[in-house]
Ligand binder design. Sequence first.
Ligand SMILES: C[S@@+](CC[C@H](N)C(=O)[O-])C[C@H]1O[C@@H](n2cnc3c(N)ncnc32)[C@H](O)[C@@H]1O
Length: 283
Amino acid sequence: MLSYRHGFHAGNFADVLKHLVQIAILQYLKKKATPFYYHDTHAGSGSYNVSHPYMQKNREYLGGITRIWESKPVSPLLKEYLALVRQLNPTGELLCYPGSPEIAVRLLRHMDRAWFGEKHTTDFRILSTHYRKQPGVHCEMMDAWQGVKAKLPPKEHRGLILIDPSYELESDYRQLTRALEDALQRFALGTYAIWYPVIDERTTDKLLRRFAALPVRDNLHIHLDLGKEKSEPGMHACGMFIINPPFTLADTMKQTLPELLSLLADNKKTGRFLIEKLKVENG
Ligand SMILES: C[S@@+](CC[C@H](N)C(=O)[O-])C[C@H]1O[C@@H](n2cnc3c(N)ncnc32)[C@H](O)[C@@H]1O
């Protein structure tokens, strides 16, 4: 039984980073006139009400979307992200935060197709009810790793697979790399964007070594560390590993992350970000 509910974390700094990368990749895919496929392995419930007791429990959004909402960003990607969140909040008050499915639905064109998978019964009910009439969108209550096997390769031969596990179970890490190996055999040219939390550094290093060993032509690793004291509770850093990134993504993130860090990091001196290609280590 899964206990993770994304509502407790919606809009936090990790969501902001993930959704910025998601938007940048979807916008790149839209540059070509041919249709693409969007696959959300761990979709959650689609969007989140800020007043919900889950979001109010730890109010993680105050360290994430609220800081962007209350600023006037200058980098184009942050502006676009904020404009999208504003579309959902037309009164000017932050009442609702979009999850990755809602972001996708707002960016996809009529010819593009989306698949949202979610395993939690309650979140799946909310998700599927909300998007049941949405053209081009299909929701399934399916295990993420099974979904990757069942749905890839897509008939469009191009697209984004967003992989956003809750990392509740130790086995999530192993299953993730196994699923990636399998997915790459089915759909080698797809763009895969994988989010990961930094819970302890050894686990992160191991995961990054596994990513680096994957048989891919190109990758991009993005890491954001808010620079908090290690003794402070909660997650302080997270990252994204992107397989077959758009060639524009590294530059877009170079333009965006300094501003993002200055908005989100409490301690500007110790906060840091990385934008790099992971290389397989010899030996
Ligand atoms: C981090 S949240 C997803 C948030 C969403 N991608 C977003 O950005 O708005 C992870 C979700 O995965 C679901 N989940 C956990 N394990 C799963 C599995 N094996 N298969 C499918 N969904 C799973 C959880 O119920 C949770 O809703």
